[in-house]
Design a binder for this molecule. Sequence first.
Ligand code: ACO
Length: 431
Amino acid sequence: MANKAFTLTHPDTGQTSELPLVTGTLGTPAIDVRGINKDQGIFTFDPAFTSTCSCESAITYIDGENGVLMYRGYPVDQLAEKSSFLEVAYLILYGELPTPAQLDEFVEAITQHTMLNESLIKFFDGFHYDAHPMAMLTGIVGSLSAFYHDTTDINNPQHREIFARRMIAKIPTIAAAAYKHSIGQPKIYPSNDLDYCSNFLRMLFAVPAERYEVDPVAAKALDVLFILHADHEQNASTSTVRLAGSTGCNPYAAISTGIAALWGPAHGGANEAVLNMLGEIGDVSNVPRFLEKAKDKNDPFRLMGFGHRVYKNFDPRATIIRGYCHQVLEHYNMQNNQLFELALELERIALEDDYFKERKLYPNVDFYSGIIYQALGIPVNMFTPMFAIARTVGWAAHWTEMQQDPGMRIGRPRQVYTGQTQREYVPADQR
Ligand code: ACO
């Protein structure tokens, strides 16, 4: 909604433009610069999008200064405490909490879509055993587009809905199969009598030769972690999905671009990087040395799991997970877990350090999630796929929201060109 405006005066021509102020229901207003190129013949410059809103969205609200995260208006701590991952998925996709009947129908539909086409399962054989599960996830999800291309009309609301449900249903099956492939075990088919997280744990850990009982504490912990990771407005992977999706490409292909973006250590790959870092630090006595490395601008080392583009006070998800971490470790009799002790000590020392205080660098969600995953027996290279399973909800919701927007256009940033000015081609024998 636009009501007020900024006036921009060109320093050379003196020409002025009225730039409307766009305000949402909550949060920082934005200057609408869309007319600026037409009016003034200039672009705006904002590498890494530190000050740029790329769209309007009604899904998730973050107040980074005050550590607030809400899905469709509901604070994430309330959802983590009272809801379930699939109920939150419904909320994020449809905008409202479901009635019991709506939830039953949704859960049933997700449960019915968990199997993979047998031909798709064969794709895993094309990967070497040591392929990273995120590489397999990117490739296999991208391949879904080959299975559901002619049947997916992105302008058809029903097709969009089937895509979102299918994607949420199949991503745990794909992630578990990627893990099974990497350890040479047979893939476990989904079990429709189990809930979403229990089914995933079974597909990950069961072997055909033995009975497998799902630990309800593990399933609940996973459910909470999935709720906390379900969406985070215009983060790098979601923006990637939106940009790819804005071209009108197949939505499964768009989701695979999000998975690729999530993999990076500055984003979803941080949970894996945190565990690797704690392993590298090894002992509490080494913490000061690694803190110095993190502060040294000539050293590429960063404290993984610290800092966030948006949260400059604390990450509310980290606060919830931190508490959960204790409960899970207690359940597994791992209170004296060396990694957790090391993580707490690192957190304590870093939070007292001026470098981290001045830059408002606090532990983010992934500082603790890896410790819980480890307590659940989930291998380190599966940490980022866990994030991808949860974030599939957000990606699907943002893709759908964008497709529903009548004003949607292809995303196409501009640039400030710094290369050579025009020159003449020089024949090879004269160079
Ligand atoms: N360790 C040491 N210094 C850091 C760290 C860190 N983890 N994070 C930021 N800084 C420093 C930077 O060097 C910079 O210092 P300077 O002002 O003296 O140059 C300052 O803090 C600001 O950092 P930027 O990189 O400009 O912040 P940006 O918003 O671009 O990056 C990011 C945010 C990518 C999350 C960064 O903090 C980081 O790399 N953290 C570690 C990786 C991580 O945990 N990622 C997970 C993010 S959460 C998620 O995706 C779920």
